[in-house]
Design a protein around this ligand. Structure first.
Ligand code: ZN
Ligand code: ZN
Length: 335
């Protein structure tokens, strides 16, 4: 996708982009039925459609011409890679992500703008949630997720990549899948969603409380908000990603919730929702201008509630710029 602009579906029918150094134009092997979907880019690649009665893995192995080393996508299905390895027993296969991941993690000006633009779209939907425009109490998590997904499309996303709506105790599960649970009055509703616009992804999390916010929840949110701000402040060229993670983690640990912050602080974002670089403990990689990643600390109290505050930031020469600006507080809604 990043190299060609073509988003192929990953499935048992293989699509492969084969580029060999010094050789002819790269070749894209595509199931014949999907050839009409591939944009024509003469001079960039040629397209070879394969029939269902052909052996595409053999065709790809031949195109690789006995290369000694082949870099493969992290998302290449194991069944295809195993087929290539069988046909090319003397070839070393290595992950592309170390080289391409690094290349992708530093965005150019156009990409930075695309990420800010799509972040602004998701921001509108988060604002609608906080303003009480999205009915919550009496609806199921699935219904609310469908509503949010439609709004993401309405404001300009071409696709919705994910939509987490986690209510009450479900909010303590960071990657909860929306269920038929009906949202009640007087509980947490955590919403984390994003989609793609012009090939780039949004990702935002906001939490609302259906009714007056209990004091302990408000106080814990205060800690979370400070932690998120500390990480945003720390995210500037020259700091390591581990230091950005620590900035958030230290605030949460100092407040006594260290064991309840159970995931990394953030992930890179671009043409994929999750890509390099990763804002995690011990990562010595240095923040540079052009990085784009999430800052999303969370605190999760099993059986009660969980909370997360997430913005995407892009890194300029002077520090992090948030792509979403809507209210950073937990908001009480009557919806
Ligand atoms: Zn998210
Ligand atoms: Zn995220």
């Amino acid at each position: 996708m990043y190299l060609t602009g073509y988003h192929a579906s990953s499935m048992e029918r293989i699509t492969a982009f084969v580029a060999t150094p010094g050789a002819n134009t790269p070749e894209m092997f595509v199931p014949k039925i999907e050839v009409p979907l591939v944009p024509e880019q003469p001079g960039v690649y040629t397209v070879s459609g394969w029939d269902d009665d052909q052996d595409p893995v053999q065709m790809i192995a031949e195109a690789l011409g006995g290369a000694r080393k082949v870099l493969v996508s992290d998302e290449l299905w194991a069944v295809h890679l195993l087929g290539l390895q069988r046909r090319m027993p003397d070839t070393e296969f290595v992950s592309f992500s170390d080289s391409l991941g690094g290349l992708r993690s530093v965005k150019n000006d156009d990409e930075m703008l695309a990420i800010q633009t799509v972040g602004g779209l998701a921001n509108q939907v988060a604002a609608a949630l906080q303003n009480g425009e999205i009915p919550l109490v009496g609806r199921s998590e699935k219904e609310i997720a469908a509503d949010i997904s439609q709004r993401l499309r309405d404001v300009g996303h071409e696709t919705v990549e994910f939509c987490i709506v986690a209510s009450g105790p479900n909010s303590a599960s960071p990657h909860h899948h929306p269920t038929d649970r009906i949202v009640q009055a007087g509980e947490m509703v955590l919403c984390d969603f994003g989609g793609k616009h012009q090939g780039y992804c949004s990702d935002i999390t906001r939490c609302v409380w259906t009714g007056p916010i209990p004091d302990d929840v408000a106080a814990t949110w205060d800690t979370l908000k400070k932690a998120q701000q500390a990480a945003v402040d720390a995210a500037r060229p020259g700091a390591t990603l581990g230091e950005v993670d620590a900035a958030a983690r230290d605030v949460i640990a100092d407040a006594g919730f260290g064991d309840q912050f159970i995931h990394r602080t953030g992930h890179g974002i671009g043409t994929e929702v999750h890509e390099q670089p990763y804002v995690k403990s011990g990562n010595d990689e240095v923040v540079v201008e052009g990085h784009a990643f999430s800052i999303e600390p969370g605190i999760y109290i099993a059986g009660q509630w969980g909370m997360r505050l997430e913005d995407i930031v892009v890194i300029s020469d002077s520090g992090a710029i948030r792509c979403s600006t809507t209210n950073h507080n937990i908001v009480s809604v009557d919806a």
